[in-house]
Design a protein around this ligand. Sequence first.
Ligand code: NAP
Length: 319
Amino acid sequence: MTRMQRVCILGGSGFVGRHIANRLHDRGIHSRIPTSYRERTKQILVVPGLELIQANVHEPDRLRELFDECDAVINLVGILNEKGFDGSGFRRAHVELTDKIIAACRESGIRRLLHMSALGADAENGPSYYQQTKGEAEQHVLAADDLDVTVFRPSVIFGPEDNFFNQFARLLKLSAGVFPLPTPKARFSPVYVGDVAEAFVTALQDSDTFGKSYDLCGPETYTLEELVRYTAETAGIRRVVWPCSDRLSRLQAKVLQRVPGKPYSMDNYLSATVDNVCAVNNLPQLGIEPTGMNAVVPGYLGKKTERQRYNQFRQMARR
Ligand SMILES: NC(=O)c1ccc[n+]([C@@H]2O[C@H](COP(=O)([O-])OP(=O)(O)OC[C@H]3O[C@@H](n4cnc5c(N)ncnc54)[C@H](OP(=O)(O)O)[C@@H]3O)[C@@H](O)[C@H]2O)c1
């Protein structure tokens, strides 16, 4: 395989994309990242040589322009909530966009496609729209056997600026004494964003990964209740974590999905009714030793100055 020079990362302006772009840069590979919010994104996405382009990736012509002179495409686009309630928002972001990406790869002569899915993605049996549409997108990319596709299926991802521990820390702070926690028994194996990014970058030019799916997990499994208690303890927030019954979890979802910004939805609830753990963790197959939470999370949840947090984030983004 000839050495790659430029990769287009769709959804690359987000949490995971930033880590991948930094690692690609370290290996001498340029990233091209389309975003809907270039002005905002350029403040937080600082990678030398990065091409940050304002674009609507749902327009097929725009996609083909974005793929021009690229050697590979990485698709990280994903949403946890849609505007409406009928699954069409999930379908558009996960399935329809994936189909457009496959078509644009073919038209642009790009064979290599790395696709981000999620653990629990299941077109037929996934209980939520999120899992069903992620599962369908996986099927579509793996069926494109004229392309060299690799699929990644991580459990919940942690790291500075994650939307998991940081979000729980914010919600715990906002709660008045008692924190009612829905789906407390849901199980997760949180995986470090640096390990996920390394998996993508390692696989990029490795033909042994073509046509394969990789489940990515951390070294430990916890219930959601354990993870939220860990968050409170690590961030020094004294709250009573109160595990909700299943009935109350559903009620919370039904109410909160009507609140602006949808902080929690029935779809999120349904996703958490199946465990988010690996039967076999495929990180070691890629030569990556899974990083435990304790090595990383106290560094960004613990009490630190803004400057210390920033320096740590920069250091980790490069690791
Ligand atoms: N974070 C996790 O714990 C986790 C776990 C399992 C799987 N995943 C998957 O990993 C991927 C990346 O996750 P992340 O945490 O990095 O996500 P993120 O921070 O939310 O970033 C996703 C990016 O996708 C773009 N995007 C969002 N909605 C879009 C839409 N409707 N159409 C086109 N682009 C859209 C956004 O770019 P602009 O706003 O710049 O346009 C955003 O920066 C997602 O596919 C997610 O499902 C994440």
